[in-house]
Design a binder for this molecule. Structure first.
Ligand code: B3K
Ligand code: ZN
Length: 882
């Protein structure tokens, strides 16, 4: 029975709890259908709370079998259960008291994967955001911190491993076939960080010596037989621990740190105190089964969850509106970590690509919301790219505005001032203000105003006077609930480049606040003049993507080519190529729609070919340039009346032009960048593979034959090369015998490896063209398809909806109908997964009329269903309202 009411929660209604939680003692007697949980919690009435205020605890779908006050059964008239709450009255005014709640749980039928559930026979929990209340009545909110002791009783044979947060106190036989173990976590924590795991798992062990010389035991638990595939994750964990000490001065604080990999998980991973639970996709890797992207994701997510130990766990959120306080900041920290472990510029390019692919469409569509929202109906729908990725960008901007040293001082103060507390964005910003003396009042609008700012740029040069003029104007688009915006503080890093690529040094800069290469745009309109410039410079603006904004600047292609070839900021070079390509791709799309043909300038094609062959540039960078703006990037730029088929054709025409012109370069790259026999997942080797596979992709367009890709498939020595060759075959030559053979061989070889099979499904789901939908439908009935496994659902339906614009948005609307059906079916089992899948339609407004009306019809067909979860109802209503 669904008990969530879907009533909106508002930030302004925040109120402290009437009672203070001190300690929690949990005993789980595990059983697949009838787990008994006895939760004893010690509370006292908060000073200032009314003497007769009741204790109101949260619950969701609970079966409570007993309720005691200080060990004595509570009289029925002293409490009330209303499906979502347990309301207890007649409680002591002054002394602490203990409430004991006994509940019966059924982990094996818990398909929502929230609370206590089973994955492949392993008991595990997911409590963030509101899963704890699915186990027992509690103050299930992040500002209620308690010290937890957990006892687990289970069958010895099926559960030799029994884990919870903190340090292990020991265990013993418990009569018959059972045994028990107890864990104690000395660090007060909110309920969302509670975790339990029990099952039969293999383990990989290591140790880490902290900066003060304490030895920490590290354990990664995986399914038996998969232990060797956890080695890279372990290595990434140790590097993360070291990095957090060196860069943020943060030391780990328990004797043991554990990670458990499970195969059924709604998200990437979860930072439970001392016991991170991971989607196994982000733990398991070896050269034969993981791609370079998988390795990079594992490194980033292991780091992310570990870094939460300080940003999230030691200092947590006062309420869920403050989610970006832990998520945005922790993403920023994992970005910095990966940048230090890999190439900073290439990492930044990947971050910006992702921000633009995931966050910009969200911010520009019906689901737009501020980094710190002020209202929600279902908090799980707010674990968004805006909270995570834009949240990280906001912290990055603070570091740009304050500079490295003051930013560090602000972080140090934050850790010192708020350790052990549940705090707000205001508390966070105050630390930077106090540490630096800066006034961040206007800057803080980044947390409150949704929408991607648009900066209109124009320049002028007076050769006689040697004066360069730069006019900037900011506009923040209207978003749901926020029709009018005020100007923000936007830090724009910039340089003026001379024709030889060196930097021009103006004598004076007037008209605005410019310091250390950063323009601080604060007004709606600002005009800056740079004097003492005998030669006209090219403007390189928003270097390193210092602000997450759109820029409208009709920059001359020669200037862009200069930046693309000479800027000393690699990110800017990549960005300039993108800016060179986008207007041409937009024009080509229009001309495909008008007359079926498109062509491209020599400047663009030559720039791309020359970057491909430029040995001075790192291979990973070159592969990023060759990746071109994606079809969704182009659609976003076009913004309205978009036709995915025309965009696909236009982009393909550019690929073909570059492929033909650069065929020799690509053939050489394909030969030279071959992976040596000894595989290494490091960034440099990965970069070479990325470049080689980009070359393979272009060569497929030049040669118009599957032969080369098929032989690459046949001779591949690692999963990156193998899956890339398979992608080229399935996407470019879908009907060839080679493709059929490769798909068959891949399936036969990996039929017992779920994570690799996910790739087999997603390669096919992302194949462009109207015919893919039938293929996807057929794959839904494949014996290896498993509708209960979130990874498999995301690999097939998710990839199709999010990463296949021509297939998903086919003109007859059948792709949208399919999505609606899937969402409704999945919603019955797993609302979080269903709601996430539905957001694939978030940009439906920008489609051309025919497709847009099909999308709307599909959304309406979802909305009309009256047994929707709150999760899906919230998304579909917002999507239709705007
Ligand atoms: N904090 C978790 C996400 C929980 C999502 C709940 N719907 C993972 C992370 O961001 O680290
Ligand atoms: Zn996180």
């Amino acid at each position: 029975m669904r008990t969530d009411t879907g009533k909106a929660v508002h930030l302004e209604d925040y109120k402290e709890t009437d009672f203070v939680l001190e300690r929690v003692d949990l005993t789980f007697e595990l059983d697949p259908k009838e787990t008994k949980l006895t939760a004893r919690s010690l509370y006292h009435r908060r000073e200032g709370a009314g003497a007769d205020a009741p204790l109101v605890l949260d619950g969701d779908e609970l079966n409570m079998t007993s309720l005691l006050l200080d060990g004595v059964e509570m009289p029925r008239e002293h409490y009330e259960e209303n499906g979502r709450q347990l309301i207890i009255s007649n409680l002591p005014a002054e002394i602490a008291f203990e409430i004991t709640v006994e509940t019966l749980l059924s982990p094996s039928t818990n398909t929502e994967l929230m609370g206590l559930y089973r994955s492949n026979g392993v008991y595990c929990t997911q409590c963030e955001a509101e899963g704890f209340r699915r186990m027992t009545y509690a103050y299930d909110r992040p500002d209620s911190l308690g010290v937890y002791t957990t006892h687990i009783i289970a069958d010895k044979t099926s559960c030799p491993i029994m884990l919870s947060n903190g340090n292990c106190l020991g265990g013993a036989p418990y009569g018959g076939d059972k045994h028990f173990v107890s864990w104690f976590d000395p660090h007060p924590k909110p309920s969302y960080l509670f975790a339990l795991v029990a099952g039969d798992l293999g383990v990989v062990e290591d140790t880490f010596t902290t900066m003060t010389g304490r030895e920490v035991t590290l354990k990664i638990y995986v399914e038996h037989g998969k232990e060797p595939r956890a080695a890279y994750a372990m290595d990434a964990l140790k590097r993360s621990m070291k990095w957090d000490e060196e860069v943020f001065g943060r030391e780990y604080d328990l004797d043991i740190f554990m990670i458990v990999a499970v195969s059924d998980f709604n998200m990437g991973a979860m930072e439970n105190k001392g016991l991170n639970i991971f989607n196994d996709k982000y733990v398991l890797a070896d050269p034969e089964t993981a791609t370079d992207v998988d390795y990079a994701n594992i490194e980033a997510i292991i780091a992310h969850e570990y870094f939460h130990n300080w940003t999230g766990n030691r200092i947590t959120c006062r309420d869920w509106f403050q989610l970006c306080l832990k998520e945005g900041l922790t993403v920023f920290r994992d970005h910095e970590f990966s940048a230090d472990q890999r190439s900073r510029a290439v990492k930044r390019i990947a971050e910006v690509r992702r921000l633009k692919a995931d966050q910009f469409p969200e911010d520009g569509g019906p689901l737009a919301h501020p980094v710190r929202p002020t209202t929600y109906k279902e908090i799980n729908n707010f674990y968004t790219a805006t909270v995570y990725e834009k949240g990280a960008e906001v912290t990055r901007m603070i570091s740009v505005i304050l500079g490295r040293k003051a930013f560090k001082a602000g972080m140090d103060l934050y850790f010192e001032r708020h350790d052990g507390q549940a705090v707000t964005i205001e508390d966070y910003i105050k630390c930077f203000e106090d540490a630096s003396g800066a006034d961040l009042t206007q800057f803080a609008l980044w947390y409150h105003q949704a929408g991607t700012p648009l900066i209109s740029v124009s320049t002028d040069y007076d050769a006689g006077k040697g004066v360069f003029t730069l006019s900037l104007e900011q506009m923040i688009p209207a978003t749901p609930g926020q029709p009018n915006k005020v100007p923000m503080h936007i830090p724009l890093s910039f340089a003026l480049l001379l024709p030889d690529g060196s930097k021009a040094e103006p004598e004076s800069i007037d008209g605005g606040d410019v310091s250390k290469g950063v323009i601080h745009l604060r007004e709606r309109k600002q005009v800056l003049t740079f004097t003492g410039l005998p030669t006209r410079p090219a403007l390189s603006l928003n270097r390193g993507f210092s602000a997450p904004v759109n820029i409208q600047f009709d920059q001359n292609p020669a200037d862009l080519a200069l930046i693309a070839n000479h800027d000393d900021d690699l990110f800017s070079r990549w960005y300039a190529v993108t800016e060179l390509a986008l207007p041409e791709l937009i024009m080509a799309t229009a001309s495909i729609r008008a007359n079926g043909a498109a062509d491209f300038s020599d400047t663009l094609v030559d720039t791309l070919v020359s970057v491909a062959g430029d040995e001075k540039l790192e291979p990973a960078f070159r592969s990023q340039v060759l990746a071109l703006p994606s079809e969704s990037d182009i659609a976003r730029e076009i913004a309205r009346d978009t036709d995915p088929d025309a965009i696909h054709a236009a982009r393909n025409a550019l690929l073909k032009a570059v492929a033909l012109k650069g065929a020799t370069v690509f053939a050489q790259l394909f030969d030279r960048m071959k992976t040596p026999d000894a595989f290494s997942p490091d960034a440099e080797s990965a970069g070479k593979r990325a470049l080689r596979n980009a070359a393979l992709f272009y060569l497929a367009h030049a040669e118009d034959s599957p032969a080369r890709a098929f032989s690459a498939f046949d001779t591949a020595t690692n999963m990156t090369d193998l899956s890339q060759a398979l992608t080229v075959l399935a996407h470019e030559f879908p009907d060839s015998d080679e493709t059929k053979e490769a798909l068959r061989a891949f399936l036969a070889r990996y039929s017992d490896n779920a994570l690799v099979l996910d790739k087999w499904f997603s390669v096919q789901a992302s194949a462009p063209g109207h015919g893919t939908l039938e293929r996807v439908k057929a794959l839904m009935t494949h014996p290896q398809f498993n509708a209960e496994n979130p990874n498999r659902v995301r690999a097939l339906a998710g990839t199709f909806a999010f990463a296949n614009p021509t297939g998903f948005a086919r003109p007859d609307g059948e792709g949208f109908t399919f999505l609606a059906e899937q969402v409704l079916a999945i919603d019955k089992r797993n609302p979080q997964l269903a709601a996430r899948l539905l957001t694939a339609l978030r940009s439906w407004h920008s489609l051309e009329q025919g497709r847009a009306s099909h999308a709307r019809a599909a959304l309406l067909s979802v909305e009309q269903n009256d047994s929707l979860s709150i999760d899906v109802r919230d998304i579909v209503e917002r999507m239709l309202a705007a």
